[in-house]
Design a protein around this ligand. Structure first.
Ligand code: T5A
Length: 208
């Protein structure tokens, strides 16, 4: 049995990750492929508890290092208990965010060093990386306006626009480091334009 594909969807708040993850699931479903969707931080009961700790707005200043370690603690649990067993059983896994988000938010957004993140990545993931990452790019003002329409803002969504610009720039730095893994999409386009591109990227990956 061949291992399932690990596909991640990335982008700043309101880029359309959840919307397009559902689309990816439907494309793979049409092809009769078994797929499980998940998210980060989160994906298992323990990792979801860590997510709640991370996203809840609080008066106490949160240390960027503490935030980084909690992201990777949740990821270690998610990988060991959910992602790896599914992939090994041949199921495709779609994740709403993964380690690119750590480089983007804790690296770009918070200013932690790329090397520190890479060291933790090595400890938690060894050489494991997504097979395909869909990066949805949206102007931070548009993304935050979309996220605001959804209701109350979490701790990250309360950041200033410059924070999201740094996050977006860090995502592009990731793409420059390994362009073959990414499909970069202009997420300001209407879904009717975006989704055929996503379908094509998936078909290309499946044909490899
Ligand atoms: N985080 C996460 C880190 O800091 N480090 C890490 O390592 C990880 C893994 C998680 C937070 O944690 C941080 C990053 C995040 O701040 P989250 O809930 O996973 O939070 O992520 P959010 O970005 O907050 O999720 P959102 O729901 O806000 O954004 P989505 O999923 O990108 O957007 P979506 O699909 O819900 O769409 C939002 C709205 O826009 C519309 C949709 O219909 C919806 O109403 N929309 C479009 N409208 C017009 N045109 C399009 N093309 C559209 N696409 C979507």
């Amino acid at each position: 049995m061949s291992r399932g594909l690990f596909i991640t969807v990335e982008g700043i708040e309101g880029a359309g990750k959840t919307t397009n993850l559902e689309f990816v699931r439907s494309v793979l479903g049409e092809l009769d492929m078994e797929v499980v969707t998940t998210r980060e931080p989160g994906g298992t009961p323990l990792a979801e508890e860590i997510r709640e700790l991370l996203l809840r707005p609080r008066d106490e200043q949160v240390s960027s290092t503490a935030e980084l370690l909690m992201m990777f603690a949740a990821r270690a649990q998610h990988l060991e208990q959910k992602i790896m067993p599914l992939l090994k059983s041949g199921v495709h896994v779609l994740s709403d965010r993964f380690t690119d988000a750590t480089y983007a938010y804790q690296g770009g957004g918070r200013g932690l060093s790329w090397e520190l993140i890479a060291n933790l990545e090595k400890i938690v993931q060894r050489n494991f990386r997504p097979d395909l990452t869909l990066l949805l790019c949206v102007n931070p003002e548009v993304g935050i306006a979309r996220a605001k329409k959804r209701g109350e803002l979490d701790r990250f969504e309360q950041e200033k626009l410059e924070f999201y610009t740094r996050v977006q720039d860090a995502y592009m730095k990731r793409v420059a480091e390994a362009p073959e893994r990414y499909c970069v999409i202009n997420a300001q386009d209407p879904l009717e334009l975006i989704q055929p591109k996503i379908r094509q990227a998936l078909l290309n990956k499946l044909a490899e």
